[in-house]
Design a protein around this ligand. Structure first.
Ligand SMILES: N[C@@H](CCC(=O)N[C@@H](CS)C(=O)NCC(=O)O)C(=O)O
Length: 202
């Protein structure tokens, strides 16, 4: 498998899960400003949607959409315990978290990435994200992981996206539940490896 990723982008979640589950894979960095890999391959030829993550399977097929890639990987290695089994209510709870992270949190950062976003739009985006953070923090005050007692692909995804608060100077101190939660994810060997390979930590 090949993972097309950009350092620190949402593709970090898939990168973490590939390592958590012990897959053999090739990480291929993409420069999003040119949509090219270091060897000059065109991301658009891999993923016509033009974004990361894209997971190229060994038979050449390409899977996109972070939340789907995460589930695919977790389901290939159920022994890693990163996703509840299909057909159970717990799986729908997991999908509920993944959809919430993707649409409310991940995409909630959209305006903050655009340098031409007016200040008022930025403030509104931060206010909306803050309401989502209220809900997440309330959950994490009551349980160690989004899915309760077990770390899952949803935590890898949330960790990745909350990492962007540093880039955009969104202060997380208002939600004391986040620091220990993010800290324990950051210490996981698979997370450290992924972040080292992406050049995010030494
Ligand atoms: N719907 C996609 C969105 C992925 C996405 O937003 N990727 C960003 C990086 S975090 C990207 O590659 N943006 C470049 C672009 O859209 O041109 C998913 O959930 O995987």
């Amino acid at each position: 498998m090949k993972l097309y990723y950009t350092p620190g982008a949402c593709s970090l979640a898939a990168h973490i899960v590939l390592r958590e589950a012990g897959f053999k894979f090739e990480p291929v960095a993409v420069d999003l400003s040119t949509k090219k890999t270091a060897s000059g391959d065109d991301l658009l030829a891999i993923n016509p949607k033009g974004y990361v993550p894209a997971l190229q399977l060994d038979d050449g097929q390409v899977l996109t959409e972070d939340q789907v890639i995460l589930q695919y990987l977790a389901d290939l290695k159920p022994e890693a315990g990163l996703a509840s089994a299909f057909g159970t209510l717990e799986r729908y709870r997991l999908m509920e978290w993944l959809a919430f992270i993707a649409t409310e949190v991940h995409k909630g950062f959209g305006p903050l990435w655009n340098p031409s976003t007016p200040e008022i739009t930025r403030q509104n985006a931060v206010a909306l994200l803050s309401r989502r953070f209220d809900y997440l923090a309330k959950t994490l005050e009551q349980q160690p992981w989004l899915m309760g007692s077990r770390y899952s692909i949803a935590d890898a995804y949330l960790f990745t996206i909350l990492g962007w608060t540093k880039i955009h100077q969104v202060e997380l101190g208002r939600w004391p539940a986040f620091a220990p939660y993010l800290g324990k994810i950051a210490e996981r060997p698979a997370v450290r490896e992924a972040m080292q390979v992406e050049g995010l930590i030494r």
